[in-house]
Design a protein around this ligand. Sequence first.
Ligand code: GLC
Ligand code: CA
Length: 549
Amino acid sequence: MELKKDWIKDLVIYQVYPRSFQDSNGDGIGDIPGIICRLDHLSDLGINALWLSPVYRSPNDDNGYDISGYQEIMEEFGTMEDWDQLCQECHQRGIKVIMDLVVNHSSDEHPWFIESKSSRDNEKSDYYIWRDPKNGKEPNNWASVFGGSAWEYVPERGQYYYHLFSKKQPDLNWANPKLREEIFSMMEWWVKKGVDGFRVDAISYLDKPQDFPDSPEPPQPDGYSFSACLVNGRPGTHGYIRDMNRRIFSPYNVLTVGEVAAPDTEELARYVATQREEFDMAIPFVAPVVEISTWSPKKLRQDIAADYAALKDDGWWARFFSNHDKPRQVSLYGNDQEYWEVSAKMLAMLLHFLPGTPFVYQGEEIGMTNMRFPTIEEYNDPDAKNTYRQQLLIGATPEEALHQAQMISRDNARTPMQWNGTENAGFTAGKPWLGINPNYRQINVESQKGDPHSIYHCYKALIALRKESRALSRGDLEILPVPTDTLFALKRSYQGEVLLSFHNFSAEPAEVPEALLPQSGQVLLSSYDRQGGYQGGSLRPYESVIFRL
Ligand code: GLC
Ligand code: CA
């Protein structure tokens, strides 16, 4: 496998969701000075790249994923000087800085949109997607991702604008070359300030069919209908991404992670195959609701096999179980009760054993769990609120609707970081913007740092192992055949170095086929280290072990 940017193979990326990471001034909202004072945490873990969820100026309809000033910092998060200091301090520690780039849409409070909506013939009139009403109504039947119509009427223009996400997130019109150039020069400005990479948000939707046909899909409870094939992965979108690459990514050697909705591995490969010159790696977007209903260890293993095969000769993988859009991994895939610690370690050991660049989402390294707020009012996530509304429309009781919202809410992963066992978990001296999980007294960074058998120390060991093992950072993967769907047996090898791993994805014990048990070899890591480590033979619930052969 020949990647132009070999250095991306040595990264372990840590995602910070700034609002919930560390508050420095007692207003209950995480901020950039807070991140700076926690950089030692990242260094201690061994992290060498930081992905910052958006910190740009934003009215926060979608927590910064609605940007009203691309070259400004959100007031609540600090100043541009703070950002400069963050970037400099990261670089001093050997940590690359990856900015979230949200350019499918802006905020409706962006000056471009304010001008665009003011009349049909202003300078920016074509920066967004405007259509005339059809029979006095919306131009078509499309639903927005967060519910309701994807169109919003503006009396000043007598027209509707298109928004894939909330109505405060109007889509930018990529068909307009002037708009594209504005975006590219903005990106260039950040790169020149020292940014090493971009995680590019919701990027598979840039190109839209200009005739906006009705969606053939059955309508959702609120009457609107979403049709992914009409807006997602269109050839024009790939063209815009290649323009971005030619203009910015390649000349400046920046790392790029595209967030794409890719229905299959062929489509995923279209974004990351080296010769296509689009992204270095991609985060395939799966909405929590899909994830929760279709997930199984068997499917996960099939997906790993498929995307390994699709990209091994010409591409690379972003490896993650968690981010700010998904439930907490230990609650979703593991067991956040009896097997909390071993299952959190098992998931970490599996992920870090796979080929690709591992991502760690804040709090994952201490096994933070889902949070169920008792009322819908306590939720912040527009997605959770939409789920609640749609459930009521189909006749669910308020309790049932709340239960659905609790399951899928992105707030599960957005509750503040649990640093220690003191009031408000060490996150803030004020009132936190979103409720803190009460389990912070048991689950927090401070207690785990002092405990050599903690989840935290398992992550630290995995990250250190990846740095020293070329088999992990560059080796081939073999998925060994096993009779049980919930057992993973994997092998990584590179120039004579061979590592083997078993992962029991279940609360039941698992038999390992005799032929796979290593005759000799050293146990490097075990999810049962607290209980004396691997004992040979069958695996205990959520037991995971890595050997060097
Ligand atoms: C991406 C982000 C998500 C956001 C959406 C709209 O999926 O990860 O948090 O709501 O794009 O920008
Ligand atoms: Ca603050």
